[in-house]
Design a protein around this ligand. Structure first.
Ligand code: IFM
Length: 747
């Protein structure tokens, strides 16, 4: 048994919790989430309703119910069930021998609890999952065992009394009986989308309520004889199936038994996991914590059509179920190394939303593609102007994430370049990439300011990754990233001169782009070896360690950033910024510069964004700062297991799974500790933490999956795929056949 946290352990690949209070429902509902990239069912129990944060969040159901937050909708719960005894739910009795589990390899969740019914012990076990084989289907099996004969009523049905973060999305919910089960239909508040939920279970007495339809079934239990009941839910929306009702009915009709559905899902999960199976030997808690993170990254990623990865996946509606730069910088790397088709699908989503990005640019007086900071289906900007509020005055704060965090466009461009380079997918470049890159460069050209007396271009009035400092000029991350993308776009255009399209730059534009590439201001390394995060940053008050600034808080929920938060006039950072630059562009600065900046910026960083620890772990590992790297890696691995990050900031709920951190944890093990990179071929410079004996890592290379076992002294290819793999280790070329090893010394 591996201890992970209070009452939280793991056995093999199963996460186990043995304690429950209603207060835990919000966090544990996220941690024990079941999902499949199409939907997520919060890890709540069968009798849970809105007050216990029950919710099934379905992809492509964006809806704005409160006039402010466009978010994915939670739908009617077709796995609602309860057990009544003497007219009350048995779950109102004290819970004994509580145990809940989630098998990370199969996505199957269970809850087992014993209830004392005036001397009769009733044990209830529920087992459920979101099928990975048929993503619209959620099966559940309930097993009841009593110590004495007892008569109960089992309620099974569809319940619309579900948690919704910002307003009621489900309008005009109607309930009906259908062949073999029950159905519920609703229109989302925007009236465009219709959602349908079906439930299959043997029907008995049907009871209709305002928010539910139930079947009541009398159950007589005999002593110590388990009885099982199955219940299958199917859900879709008209965005997936125009005739959603028919789809639900047909799917339910064809639905096999719980066990058959379970077997099919287990097999689908096996395929999903194969390229992502990392084994850490020597630190079982790290191994299982990495599995937890990988599991959540996988279930948050849509594969069925080009859709974004939400910053909280399908675990909660916070951050609107929409993509941020997280998707390209944090989630994509693991797919680049393990399953490039998924990376491509994510880029196709950005291609699909190019028109939204062009509209946003136009709306704000720019040209080209200004990607949405918060991007849903169409690429229209979903980020509200007033994101947080000043909890002291109660007034909303005008944050400028949507207008000033322009690096999002360059991050998308960077991901296109990285995917094409790593997988040599020139077809993608010709069909989509060049157009995206041209529009992004066009945006940059319209956004830079030429400063005549300095004879250079600058990027003014932006917000870098460190979101606490808004309205800054020449943010180092933004300028370098923009410059890299522009320079590489010009190179790609040159390489693909035969491609035609109205998006290509005119001769005049090209001359301008070339000039910007030559004369864009790149904040230099100063005499102390430091890069200033933005103009004037070094003049701000220095507080080290940054945590000291929190003494100035007047309210724990106060927003720390713009315009008047406690960090604004200080050097305290929310999250990695200059270090962020090194994480994706290690080639731009030598080790000495990176180390000097790491030493300067890290103590000034609060790490209040879940994005920060993996960035530091990655850079520190590459620099050989192993204690630092491991400290940040540990933090990243346990953010969701231990709920270390605040769920409410500036009065806004931002809880749920930290999907970018989940995906980046995998990437940091690969890119940081295994030292994997792609530079015209595979590079590996491992830096294993002392606590790890070895690391086994699959990588998708030249169309096949290879596996490498890395110890502190050797790298071994453990797969059987014929053919050799060329690797650069400490700048030396090695050719590794299957089942052969090569020694290495840490660089
Ligand atoms: O994209 C991030 C941002 O960098 C910090 N705030 C949360 C966003 C979503 O994860």
């Amino acid at each position: 048994m591996i201890q992970l946290g209070p009452h939280l352990t793991a056995e093999g690949t199963t996460l186990i919790k043995t304690h429950y209070t209603p207060k835990q429902a919000i966090n544990d509902g996220s941690l024990f989430l079941m999902g499949n990239g199409y939907l997520g069912m919060r890890g709540t129990f069968m009798e849970a309703k809105k007050d216990a944060y029950a919710g099934i969040i379905v992809s492509d159901t964006w809806d704005n119910a409160d006039g402010k937050w466009e978010e994915l909708s939670t739908v009617m719960n077709g796995l609602f069930a309860d057990i009544m005894w003497n007219d009350a739910s048995v779950f109102t009795r004290p819970w004994q021998d509580f145990k809940r589990t989630l098998d990370l390899k199969t996505g199957i969740a269970t809850r087992e609890v014993t209830l004392d019914l005036d001397g009769t012990q009733l044990t209830v076990k529920e087992e459920k999952f979101a099928s990975m084989a048929d993503r619209h289907t959620l099966p559940m099996k309930i097993t009841l065992t009593a110590s004495r004969a007892i008569d109960l009523t089992l309620i099974q049905g569809i319940d619309a009394d579900v948690w919704s973060l910002n307003g009621t999305h489900l309008k005009d919910v109607s309930f009906s009986e259908i062949p073999g089960g029950l159905a519920a239909e609703a229109t989302l508040s925007n009236a465009d989308t219709h959602v349908v939920v079906g439930m299959k279970a043997p029907l008995h007495t049907i009871v209709k309520k305002a928010h539910a339809i139930h079947s009541h079934r009398a159950v007589s239990l005999t002593p110590d004889t388990p009885v099982t009941f199955e219940q299958i839910m199917v859900v879709t929306s008209t965005n997936d199936h125009p005739n959603a009702s028919q789809f639900v009915q047909d799917t339910l009709h064809a639905c096999p038994s719980f066990d058959a559905l379970k077997e099919a899902s287990i097999q689908a999960w096996e395929t999903i996991w194969r390229p992502f199976n990392i084994t850490i030997e020597g630190a079982k808690d790290d191994h299982v914590a990495l599995m937890v993170n990988t599991y959540h990254a996988l279930i948050a990623t849509p594969r069925h059509k080009p859709l974004p990865i939400g910053a909280r996946g399908f675990s909660a509606q916070s951050y609107q179920g929409a993509a941020f730069w997280d998707q390209e910088i944090y989630n994509m790397p693991m797919y680049l190394y393990a399953e490039p088709e998924v990376a491509k699908n994510l880029l196709l989503y950005r291609y699909q939303t190019l028109s939204g990005a062009k509209e946003k640019a136009k709306k704000h007086g720019f040209e080209g593609a200004f990607y949405a900071w918060i991007s849903g289906k169409t690429g229209e900007e979903l980020c509200p102007d007033f994101f947080f509020k000043d909890v002291l005055s109660g007034r909303p704060i005008r944050n400028h994430f949507n207008l000033w965090q322009i690096h999002i466009s360059f991050d998308v461009g960077f991901a296109v370049l990285r995917y094409v380079e790593q997988h040599q997918d020139h077809e993608f470049m010709r069909d989509y990439g060049l157009e995206m890159l041209s529009e992004i460069s066009r945006f940059l050209a319209s956004r830079v300011a030429y400063i005549p007396h300095r004879e250079r271009y600058e990027i003014i009035r932006v917000q870098g990754p460190d979101e606490y400092h808004e309205n800054v000029d020449n943010n180092a991350f933004t300028n370098y990233q923009a410059h890299y993308v522009l320079k590489e776009t010009l190179r790609a255009l040159e390489q693909h001169r035969d491609v035609e399209g109205a998006f290509l730059p005119t001769a005049k534009e090209r001359t301008l782009w070339e000039d910007i590439a030559k004369r864009l201001y790149l904040p230099p390394v100063n005499a102390d070896g430091l890069i200033e995060q933005f103009d004037g940053y070094f003049d701000l008050e220095s507080i080290v360690p940054a945590e000291k600034v929190t003494e100035r808080l007047q309210d724990p929920e106060e927003y720390y950033g713009y315009p008047n938060g406690i960090t604004v006039f200080t050097q305290c950072l929310k999250q990695a910024d200059t270090i962020q630059l090194f994480s994706i562009h290690p080639e731009l600065f030598d080790e000495k510069v990176q180390k000097a900046n790491y030493a300067y910026y890290e103590p000034r960083t609060l790490h209040f964004s879940s994005l920060s620890p993996t960035t530091h772990a990655l850079v520190a590992a590459r620099l050989g700062l192993l204690d630092e790297a491991y400290k940040h890696m540990k933090k990243a691995l346990f953010i969701d297991l231990l709920n270390t990050n605040e769920a409410i900031s500036g009065g806004t709920f931002i809880g749920g799974m930290h999907t970018a951190n989940n995906g980046a944890s995998w990437a940091v093990v690969a890119e940081g500790f295994a030292g994997v990179a792609y530079d015209h071929g595979l590079v590996m410079n491992p830096h294993l933490p002392e606590a790890w004996e070895s690391l086994t890592l699959p990588l998708f290379l030249d169309g096949a999956l290879r596996t490498f076992k890395i110890t502190h002294t050797t790298i071994t290819r453990t797969d059987d795929t014929p053919g050799r793999v060329t690797i650069q280790i400490n700048q030396q070329t090695h050719h590794l056949e299957a089942q052969t090893s090569v020694p290495y010394t840490r660089s």
